[in-house]
Design a protein around this ligand. Structure first.
Ligand code: IDP
Ligand code: MG
Length: 149
């Protein structure tokens, strides 16, 4: 079982795209086990994006992700990392395929709407940054047998 930490970035919230994006995840059959609206502090942003510290876009990235409320989502299940990354599309929306979230709603790399963990390890690491243990749920879904073979 993998976990993906998904962030609907401030532009997604401002543009009223939360329900559309959340709906895509739900309709796919993914199980949402954590969900909240929050403001990312600078400390949290630096921790989350530590791998990009020192890059030319880092300061702008921190400003962007802390600029307004975000929706953070935790999804748990088989192969969720690859599944969600494929739904999200390429980092640069110009290159993201139509049908992906960035390819359908975004136009610029600095306003690409959504974050999703890129490996099972980062899924665990990022989940621990954004969610307390009591904010994550374990719920049996009887529908799972109609989604997973
Ligand atoms: P990812 O979000 O597709 O995993 P990363 O390379 O991990 O992409 O970059 C993290 C975030 O940093 C991107 O989603 C985007 O918001 C921002 N970013 C990456 N490269 C650039 C850039 O060249 N200019 C502006 N922002 C960038
Ligand atoms: Mg990344």
């Amino acid at each position: 079982m993998e976990r993906s930490l998904i962030i609907l970035k401030p532009d997604a919230v401002q543009r009223g795209l939360v329900s559309a994006i959340l709906g895509r995840l739900e309709q796919r059959g993914l199980q949402i086990v954590g969900l909240k609206l929050m403001r990312v502090t600078e400390d949290l942003a630096r921790k989350h994006y530590a791998e990009h510290d020192g890059k030319p876009f880092f300061a702008g990235l921190i400003e962007y992700i802390t600029s307004g409320p975000v929706v953070v989502i935790n999804v748990k299940g088989k192969n969720v990392i690859e599944t969600v990354r494929t739904m999200v599309g390429a980092t640069n929306p110009v290159k993201a395929a139509p049908g992906t979230i960035r390819g359908d709603y975004g136009l610029e790399i600095g306003r690409n709407l959504i974050h999703a963990s890129d490996s099972p390890e980062s899924g665990e690491r990022e989940t621990a940054i954004f969610f307390a243990a009591n904010e994550l749920f374990t719920v049996e879904r009887s529908v799972d047998r109609w989604i997973y073979e």
